[in-house]
Design a protein around this ligand. Structure first.
Ligand code: SAM
Length: 257
């Protein structure tokens, strides 16, 4: 039985300050670190002296063989973009490694984008559900849903890895919402080039112009670091009356307590 482990560390969207204390402590103890290219610069200090690998350069069986040899010497870390919870490419490795693997939670892009907007993504009376989806993973059969099928009044939609031209995406969303609603592009969140574009479905296409935030015209198919958020919650203000309502109906002890 090997004493070392393979840690899948939620590394956050790019800013090392968003690493949890637990992830940072574990990372310091790992000699071999697999990093998506995004992290080499911002995490340079934390990676100093470690042997680094880009996981996507290897085939699965070779990767498992390498990790197994590394585990004989020390623990291994994978920096997971954002967090393992949504759209992580590492699940097959975790399943294969079984008890040798441990997942450490982190700050997902959704959390970081919500902080940037200074908005909760559900809001009583405005938004009652949040849907996370990606047009990349919906498939392409005749009955495949479109992003418009998830869009509806009262829904905040988080769109990962968009691969649709913005005009087409906005058209689908406009049909689903049935009206103009706010849309935000959160680009390179947590990185020095961070940008937040907040507009509405009716104005976003003109606002963005020819800028390609989604690598649609890029020479490779890698998804861009842009999260799209859509829905009324992005610009609605919370009714202060809810504070007092909760105080009276939820937070106070029952009369008979
Ligand atoms: C493979 S998914 C990884 C999601 C990640 N597991 C998470 O929890 O945020 C990649 C997509 O996440 C979003 N994303 C990841 N990092 C981002 C960042 N720093 N800024 C904006 N969007 C980001 C983009 O939509 C990108 O196409």
């Amino acid at each position: 039985m090997k004493e070392h482990k393979v840690y899948f560390l939620g590394a956050g969207p790019g800013d090392p300050e968003l690493l949890t204390r637990r992830a940072e402590r574990i990372l310091r103890d790992c000699s071999f670190v697999y990093i998506p290219p995004l992290y080499d610069e911002p995490f340079a200090e934390l990676l100093d002296g470690k042997e680094l690998f880009i996981p996507f350069e290897y085939y699965f069986a070779d990767l498992i063989e390498m990790i197994s040899a590394q585990l004989d010497k020390a623990s291994v870390a994978f920096l997971v973009p954002g967090d393992q919870t949504f759209y992580s490419p590492f699940q097959s490795l975790i399943d294969e490694l079984g008890d040798l693997s441990e997942v450490v939670p982190g700050v997902g892009t959704a959390n970081a984008a919500s902080a940037l907007l200074k908005k909760t993504l559900d809001l009583p009376g405005v938004c009652s559900r949040v849907v996370l989806a990606s047009p990349r993973t919906l498939g392409d059969g005749p009955d495949t849903p479109t992003m418009g099928d998830f869009a509806a009044p009262g829904v905040t939609l988080l769109i990962y890895m968009n691969n649709l031209p913005l005009v087409e995406l906005v058209e689908q969303l406009r049909t689903g919402y049935g009206k103009d609603v706010p849309i935000a592009l959160a680009h390179k969140v947590g990185l020095p080039e961070e940008e937040l574009v907040l507009a509405t479905l009716d104005t976003i296409v003109d606002r963005i112009g020819h800028r390609d935030y989604f690598n649609i015209d890029a020479p490779n198919l890698r998804p861009a670091l842009t999260l799209i958020l859509v829905g009324e919650s992005l610009s609605a203000n919370a009714d202060p009356g809810w504070w007092d309502y909760r105080r009276d109906h939820i937070w106070k002890y029952r009369e008979d307590h």
